[in-house]
Ligand binder design. Structure first.
Ligand SMILES: *Cc1c(COP(=O)(O)O)cnc(C)c1O
Length: 224
């Protein structure tokens, strides 16, 4: 595995996708998802200039955090979080990408000692197996979240179904961005709704063309 080459390739592809969409590359944060590798390899990636680290599981997040906490990094928890684990991890998290219930938000409010930037996870494709709010549920959830001052709702996160083709991906990302714009117009305190966490190794160019500001990339960094 040639980390340096893979890293350059990912950054170039993101810059190209941004240029094609008429956006500055600096609009897009590249979150390196290190779940496939140990802390040592994650550290090599950080030494190559990666600034944003993402993990989908609490145990692996804590493992990477222990090793790399003295580096100047932004920490992303990107996967489903069980309520009973909130207290173990939340105070090391800068961005939480998978807020999928009001109950979870209330637990974060209770345990957090700083403002946690959160993405509401939404499921616009209606796929049964996916976590997240449906577009119909989101508005009433916002009413309940509005009083939780430890959470800043920066935007929406979505995961497209594995089976989606390019046209379906384009549609899902477009709808997610439209939903974000609509929610932004509600002008709720602590809910700027400026960001979109969408796009993984296989679909980030399509996500960027639909306004994504945070791409979560694992496989492309670590492939042989
Ligand atoms: C693993 C993971 C990613 C990265 O996926 P790749 O296809 O490896 O780039 C992104 N988001 C979440 C929530 C993940 O669990």
């Amino acid at each position: 595995m040639d980390l340096k080459k893979n890293k350059s390739f990912v950054y170039e592809q993101v810059a190209q996708a941004a240029a094609k969409a008429g956006r500055p590359a600096s609009d897009i944060s590249i979150v390196a998802v290190t779940k496939y590798v140990d802390s040592h390899v994650a550290e090599q990636l950080v030494n190559l200039g990666v600034k944003d680290i993402g993990e989908n599981r609490v145990d692996k997040f804590l493992d990477k955090y222990q090793t790399l906490k003295d580096k100047d990094l932004t920490w992303h928890l990107i996967g489903t979080l069980q309520r009973r684990k909130v207290k173990d991890v939340i105070n090391y998290v800068d961005y939480f990408h998978a807020l999928d219930s009001v109950k979870l938000a209330a637990e974060i409010q209770k345990r957090a000692d700083h403002t946690i930037k959160c993405f509401l996870q939404v499921n616009v494709s209606g796929e049964e197996s996916k976590h997240g709010f449906s577009p119909e549920q989101v508005d009433s959830a916002l009413e309940e979240l509005a009083s939780l001052d430890k959470l800043e709702i920066v935007g929406l996160m979505t995961m497209a179904p594995i089976t989606a083709d390019d046209r379906e991906l384009d549609e899902i990302f477009k709808q997610t961005n439209e939903l974000r714009q609509r929610l932004k117009e509600r002008n709720i305190k602590n809910m700027p709704f400026d960001d979109l966490s969408m796009g993984m190794s296989r679909d980030f160019p399509i996500a960027i063309s639909n306004g994504s500001t945070f791409v979560r990339i694992g496989t492309s960094f670590f492939k042989e």
